[in-house]
Every structure is written in structure tokens, then in C-alpha cells.
Design a protein around this ligand. Structure first.
Ligand code: PEP
Ligand code: MN
Length: 340
């Protein structure tokens, strides 16, 4: 951290700031120029809140040198984190493929969709049993019965299942059935929830908040990591902008930006970004080209009857055709998609 003092700062101001820095076990390096004095903080600056200094009359500005996140940063760990679940990997060369309906709606549909997406090369099955819906009158998910259907789909396909946890009160039941736990966009900054999943021994898919910056997103990942769980997958799912033509705006640049800032795997969800089935393939292709470690795609056997997100869901046969074209995109950038 570098603290730049205003022109009129006195010796006494410098001394007080030095004392404040030392009180946190860090040391100060004072550099007096002709017009300005600059104080450099030596040590782990994350222990200091820049606001402590920003509010002082004698301070012009405070600049961080280190990122405010640590465990998830690329500086902390140079190599890519590769997460393995039931022999399937996320990160490290191949592109993971999560597919399944938005909501689990019953055993038969879940097993049927699971088998279809597995045959097309999916490596993970997704489906929500606890649904974050804008309206309290909309379908809220099947709860534990839905989790049982996911377990049946795992049984039928041998693929690990990912499902959303919305509330710390459901953590035990969700962890009992899920192989990976998703924290949805609306809960990206539910810090109590993040702290709880940080104590689990299960990979966490952390979706980007609806209006979250990349820094806020990484700070949320740091919440999970700081509790001991560093098996975190970041999922770009589009952000809210002024644009109305798509459900969200797919931030493809987040993928290479994150790959530089963090060692965690980064996947993309073109379904929620687009909100429209016809846009899923081009956004997925862009995500692969940008370096995504995986895709999450919504698939439903009867999208017109889906209880949530039907318009953005692909039919299994469309999914199959899309995946075979996307495999060629992956090959073009020396990657392998799904079970390839
Ligand atoms: C979902 O995956 O079905 C979902 C609700 O996603 P998001 O949290 O990204 O909106
Ligand atoms: Mn959905």
C-alpha cells in the first residue's frame, strides 16, 4: 500500500501514520520528495483497511499494491487449480460440460435428460431443486425430492451432479446428494452462505452476481477459500447492463481477465447470459475461444413446458448437434470439450 500525503502534511502527520501502520505489525517506509511525502507500507497490506488513511485530512490518496484477495490469486498459486470429481476434471486442458434442466421437475425427466446429455458428451449433470425465483408465486423447486431425482440421474449415467444451495439451512440435505454445490448469482454476496460452504469438502460453483464486478466476485471466492475450501469454480453467467436484447450481457472478457488474476477454473453459462436458446451456441463458442474451462448449458426434453427457463433451454437433439460443432471450436484452440 502506498500512502501519498498532501503538500501541507507535517512531520506530526507522518509520525501518526507510521504509528498506525506499526500497530498492525507492519513497517513504514517514508520517502520525502521536494513537494510530497510518500509512505510505503512494508508487509502484508491486506491487514490494513485503506479507509483508515483515506479519511485523514493530510492524505491525498491511498493505492493498493497487492490485490485484496489472497488465497484465490494467481500470485499466491501460479499453477491452474484442477478440480476432480468422480474422475471428471474441471480445469487443466479439457473443457468440462455441465448440462441439464434449469429445474428438476421429476425423476423420469431428470434421468431421461441425464442420459441424453451424457450420450452427447456431458461430463456433469445440472438441475436445480431449490430455485431462486423472482416471484414468490413461481415454481420454487422440488426440494429434497428433486435432489433424489438428481441422485437417480447420477446412478443412471455415472456422472456427478451439480445443484444450487440457496440457504444455509439446507446445507446438510444438499450436501448429502450433490457432488458439486452451486451458489447462484443472487447469492454471490450472501457472505454467511459463502462461509458455510467454505467449510464443506465439496467443490463449489460460484456464479457471478447479477451486477458484480470481477473484484467483488473474487472477494466472494476468497470468503469460501478462507474457510478452507479452495475447490472453487467461477461461472460467468452474464451481467445486467442497459441492453435489453438479451436476458443478460455475456461478459466474455471476464474469462481471460480471471485466468490472469486467479488460479481457479473459470466456466461459462451461455444459457442464463443469453436467455434465448438460439444464442447459446455462439456464446458458448466465444467462451471456448476465450479460454473457458467449462460450459454450463440448460437442456430440457420439452422446453415449451419447462417450469423455469424454457426459452433458453436446448432440446436434447439440438444440444447434441451444438456440442458436436463446439467440439471443433475446442479443437481449434487445442482443447477437448466434454468426453470429446
Ligand atoms: C441456474 O443455474 O438455474 C440459475 C438460477 O442461475 P443464476 O444463478 O446464474 O441465475
Ligand atoms: Mn435456469
Amino acid at each position: 500500500m502506498i500512502i501519498v500525503l498532501k503538500g501541507g502534511a507535517t512531520e506530526e502527520d507522518v509520525r501518526r501514520i507510521e504509528e498506525r501502520i506499526k500497530a498492525d505489525g507492519l513497517s513504514a517506509h517514508v520517502s520525502k520528495g521536494v513537494e510530497r511525502t510518500i509512505i510505503g507500507v512494508v508487509g502484508d497490506e491486506r491487514k490494513l483497511d485503506p479507509e483508515t488513511f483515506e479519511g485523514l485530512d493530510c492524505v491525498d490518496k491511498v493505492m493498493r499494491v497487492l490485490s485484496p484477495y489472497k488465497l484465490v490469486s494467481r500470485d499466491f498459486k501460479k499453477e491452474d487449480t484442477v478440480i476432480e470429481v468422480m474422475g471428471k476434471k474441471i480445469g487443466g486442458g479439457s473443457i468440462a460440460l455441465f448440462a441439464g434442466p434449469c429445474s428438476v421437475e421429476g425423476r423420469e425427466m431428470m434421468v431421461e435428460i441425464g442420459k441424453r446429455v451424457a450420450a452427447s458428451g456431458a461430463t456433469f449433470i445440472r438441475g436445480g431443486a431449490y430455485k431462486p425465483r423472482t416471484s414468490p408465486y413461481a415454481f420454487q423447486g422440488m426440494g429434497e425430492d428433486g435432489l433424489k431425482c438428481l441422485a437417480d440421474a447420477r446412478e443412471a449415467t455415472g456422472l456427478p451432479v451439480a445443484t444450487e444451495l440457496m440457504d444455509p439451512r439446507d446445507i446438510d440435505v444438499v450436501a448429502k446428494y450433490a457432488d458439486l454445490i452451486q451458489i447462484g448469482a443472487r447469492n454471490m454476496q450472501n457472505f454467511r452462505l459463502l462461509t458455510e460452504v467454505g467449510k464443506l469438502d465439496k467443490p463449489i460453483i460460484l456464479k457471478r452476481g447479477i451486477s458484480a464486478t470481477i473484484l467483488e466476485w473474487l472477494m466472494s471466492a476468497e470468503y469460501i477459500a478462507s474457510e478452507g475450501n479452495t475447490r472453487i469454480i467461477l461461472c460467468e453467467r452474464g451481467i445486467r447492463t442497459y441492453e435489453q436484447a438479451t436476458r443478460n450481457t455475456f461478459d466474455v472478457s471476464a474469462i481471460p481477465v480471471l485466468k490472469a488474476l486467479t488460479h481457479l477454473p473459470v466456466i461459462a453459462d451461455p444459457s442464463h447470459a443469453a436467455g434465448k436458446a438460439s444464442l447459446v451456441e455462439p456464446l458458448a463458442a466465444a467462451a471456448i475461444a476465450a479460454g473457458a474451462d467449462g460450459l454450463m448449458i440448460e437442456v430440457h426434453n420439452q422446453p415449451e413446458k419447462a417450469l423455469s427457463d424454457g426459452p433458453q433451454s436446448l432440446r436434447p437433439d439440438t444440444f447434441d448437434a451444438v456440442v458436436s460443432r463446439l467440439k471443433r471450436v475446442a479443437e481449434a484452440v487445442d482443447r477437448r470439450l466434454g468426453t470429446a
